[in-house]
Design a protein around this ligand. Structure first.
Ligand SMILES: Cc1ncc(COP(=O)(O)O)c(C=O)c1O
Length: 351
C-alpha cells in the first residue's frame, strides 16, 4: 500500500484471540473471567444520566483514580493513571519513555502484543529466553535497554518470577521497569508497593480478568507522580469514557466481589490442572486464570486445538517458537472445564 508509512511495511499487527458469536460456545481462549461483573457495576451503568453522555467525561478520571490510590495505600490520584484497557497504557508507556530505535527488554515467551507495540513505535524488542521452568535467567538482569516489560505472572506460562527478582531488576536496571500484573489477582504476592520504593517502577493492571470487565476496557498504571505526569502529556484527553469511569469506580469499591470470583477460578484451576496432568499434559503451576498445557504425544497440540474448535470449544494455540507443543487454556466454570476434559479424553484416547 503506497500511502502507508515506511515503518508499517513489515508490520502484520496483533491478532487477538477469536471472539466468535456462536451460541453455546465454550470460550477458553482469551482469559476472560467466566463469572459476571459486580452487580454494583451494572447498577452504576444504569444510573448514568443522559447528561453524563451528553458532556465530555472528566479528562483525568479523578474520582476513580482517588479510590484506586486509596485501595492500594497510595497518597492520592497523582500516583495513578487510568486507561482504555491496559493495552492502551502499554502503548503509552512506550510512546512516553522509549525513543524510536531504542531497545525494549522482554522475556520470551511473553505477551505477544509487546513486540507489535515496539514495531509500531520503531523501537527494537530484545528477548531473553526464560529457562525451562519459565524463570528469568541471569543474563536478563544485565541486558541493557531503555525499558523492560515484565509480565508477572507471566503469560502464557502462568508462572511468576520471584518478587525478589523483580526488586533486583528495579534496583539494577537502568531504565523504566513496567511490571504487567494483568493476572496478579489470581496469584499470591504482587509488586504494588514497588512504585513507592523505586522511581523507575510502573505497575500496570487490568479490569479485564479478575474484575470480569474485558468488554469495558479499563486499565491502570501506578507509578511515582513524576512518571504519571509524563503520561498525562501523551494520553488522549478523554481516554476513559463516562461509562468506563462509572464502572471502574463501582468495581474498585466492590473489591470483595472480585475476590470471591477469583476464589472460584482458583479452585477450578487446581482441579483442571490435576485432570490435565492425569491425561498426560505437562502443566506448570499457574498463578493466573489460565494453564499452559504442554503436550508431546499424538495427535499434536495444533490438531487437538483444531478438533476442539470443531466441537465449539475454543482454547488458544500459538504458532510461536517454544509454544508449538502447547495449548493455553483459560480456566472457565466447572461445567466448561468438564466439557473440555470430556472432549480431550475422547480426542486423546482415539490415538
Ligand atoms: C499479559 C497481559 N497484559 C495486558 C493485557 C491487556 O489487558 P486489557 O484487556 O486491559 O487491554 C493482557 C490481555 O490479555 C495480557 O494478557
Amino acid at each position: 500500500m503506497k500511502y502507508t508509512r515506511e515503518l508499517l511495511k513489515d508490520v502484520e499487527g496483533y491478532v487477538p484471540g477469536e471472539q466468535p458469536k456462536i451460541p453455546g460456545i465454550i470460550k477458553l481462549n482469551t482469559n476472560e473471567n467466566p463469572y459476571p461483573p459486580s452487580p454494583k457495576v451494572m447498577e452504576a451503568l444504569r444510573a448514568l444520566s443522559p447528561d453524563a453522555l451528553r458532556k465530555y467525561p472528566d479528562p483525568l478520571s479523578v474520582n476513580f483514580r482517588r479510590a484506586y490510590a486509596e485501595r492500594f495505600g497510595y497518597p492520592g490520584p497523582e500516583w495513578v493513571l487510568a486507561g482504555n484497557g491496559m493495552d492502551e497504557l502499554l502503548a503509552l508507556a512506550i510512546r512516553t519513555f522509549v525513543n524510536p530505535g531504542d531497545a525494549v527488554l522482554a522475556s520470551y515467551p511473553t505477551y505477544s502484543l509487546y513486540e507489535v507495540l515496539c514495531q509500531l513505535h520503531g523501537c527494537r524488542i530484545v528477548y531473553v529466553d526464560l529457562d525451562d521452568n519459565f524463570q528469568l535467567p541471569e543474563s536478563f538482569f544485565s541486558t541493557p535497554a531503555r525499558m523492560c516489560l515484565l509480565t508477572r505472572p507471566n503469560a502464557p506460562s502462568g508462572v511468576s518470577a520471584p518478587r525478589e527478582a523483580v526488586e533486583r531488576l528495579c534496583r539494577e536496571f537502568d531504565g523504566i521497569v513496567v511490571i504487567d500484573e494483568a493476572y496478579v489477582d489470581f496469584g499470591g504476592d504482587n509488586c504494588m508497593d514497588f512504585p513507592k520504593r523505586f522511581e523507575n517502577a510502573i505497575v500496570m493492571r487490568t479490569f479485564s480478568k479478575s474484575f470480569s470487565l474485558a468488554g469495558m476496557r479499563l486499565g491502570t498504571a501506578v507509578a511515582q507522580p513524576a512518571i504519571i505526569n509524563e503520561f498525562m502529556k501523551t494520553k488522549d484527553s478523554y481516554n476513559l469514557d463516562a461509562c468506563s469511569q462509572a464502572a471502574a469506580l463501582a468495581a474498585i469499591q466492590d473489591y470483595d466481589y472480585m475476590e470471591s470470583n477469583v476464589a472460584k477460578v482458583r479452585a477450578t484451576r487446581a482441579r483442571l490442572r490435576a485432570e490435565l496432568q492425569q491425561l498426560g499434559f505437562d502443566v506448570p503451576e499457574s498463578q493466573s486464570n489460565f494453564l499452559l498445557a504442554r503436550w508431546n504425544g499424538a495427535p499434536p497440540a495444533k490438531e487437538i486445538f483444531e478438533t476442539l474448535r470443531t466441537q465449539n470449544i475454543l482454547v488458544r494455540y500459538f504458532n510461536l517458537r517454544g509454544l508449538q507443543n502447547a495449548l493455553r487454556i483459560t480456566v472457565g466454570t466447572n461445567a466448561e472445564c468438564d466439557a473440555l476434559l470430556e472432549a480431550l479424553n475422547v480426542i486423546l484416547k482415539r490415538n
